[in-house]
Write a protein that binds this ligand. Structure first.
Ligand SMILES: C[S@@+](CC[C@H](N)C(=O)[O-])C[C@H]1O[C@@H](n2cnc3c(N)ncnc32)[C@H](O)[C@@H]1O
Length: 185
C-alpha cells in the first residue's frame, strides 16, 4: 500500500465507515458464531469489530510487519498468521466462515485472486460462508492507488469466478462505493 493508503486505513474516518456502514452491510445475516477466518486484516480496523462478534477469530495477513503488530495488539484473542490468502496454512475444512474486506483489489492478478477464492473454499467446512466487500472503481479510488496495486474485481463476473473456485450459491450486491459478496461452500 502507498503512504496515503496506509494513512487512510488507520484513520478514525475509515474505522467509522467500516464499523457503521460497510461491515454491518457486508455481513448482514452472516453467522459469525463459529470459527471465523479473516483474510487481509491490515491495521486491524475490521479485526477489532469482528473480534467482538466471532466465536473464535483467526487472521491471515500477507504483510509480515502488519501481522506481527496486529498479533501483538490482539494477544490471545486472535490468532494472527503471516500468510498469503492464496496459500493458507490451515487444514481443509477448518472454518465455518471466511471473510475479507478491502483486500481483493490489492491481490496482484486475477489468477492470484482466483487462488485466494479456491483457498477460502478449501478451508471452509461444507455449508460454510465466504463473505466480504471490496471497492468499486472511481476517480477517487484510482488517485488513492497511484503507485499501488489495484486489480479491481468486477462484481458482475465475481459469482462465476466463485463457482469456479468451488462455491455453490454466490451473489454480489453493488453499493455506491463498494460491493459485497457472499458464497456458500
Ligand atoms: C486496504 S487493507 C484492508 C485492511 C482491512 N481489511 C480493512 O478493511 O481495513 C488490505 C490488506 O490486505 C492485505 N493483503 C493483500 N493481499 C493479501 C493476500 N494475498 N493475503 C492476505 N492479505 C493480503 C494487505 O497487506 C493489506 O494489509
Amino acid at each position: 500500500m502507498n503512504v496515503l493508503h496506509r494513512r487512510l486505513c488507520r484513520s478514525a474516518g475509515w474505522a467509522e465507515r467500516m464499523h457503521q456502514q460497510v461491515l454491518p452491510w457486508a455481513l448482514e445475516d452472516v453467522d459469525l458464531g463459529g470459527d471465523v477466518l479473516e483474510i487481509g486484516p491490515g491495521y486491524g480496523v475490521t479485526t477489532r469489530w469482528l473480534v467482538e462478534r466471532a466465536g473464535s477469530l483467526t487472521a491471515a495477513e500477507v504483510d509480515r510487519r502488519l501481522a506481527k503488530d496486529l498479533g501483538a495488539e490482539m494477544g490471545h484473542r486472535v490468532e494472527v498468521r503471516a500468510a498469503d490468502g492464496a496459500a493458507l496454512p490451515f487444514a481443509d475444512a477448518s472454518f465455518d466462515t471466511v471473510v475479507c474486506f478491502t483486500v481483493l483489489h490489492h491481490v496482484p492478478s486475477p489468477d492470484h485472486q482466483d487462488r485466494l477464492f479456491a483457498e477460502a473454499a478449501r478451508v471452509l467446512r461444507p455449508g460454510g460462508t465466504f463473505a466480504g466487500s471490496d471497492s468499486r472503481r472511481s476517480l477517487r479510488f484510482r488517485l488513492l492507488h497511484v503507485g499501488d496495486t489495484m486489480v479491481v474485481v468486477d462484481p458482475r463476473t465475481l459469482p462465476d469466478r466463485l463457482h469456479g473456485a468451488g462455491f455453490g450459491d454466490a451473489t454480489t450486491d453493488a453499493g455506491e462505493r463498494s460491493f459485497r459478496f457472499r458464497a456458500r461452500r
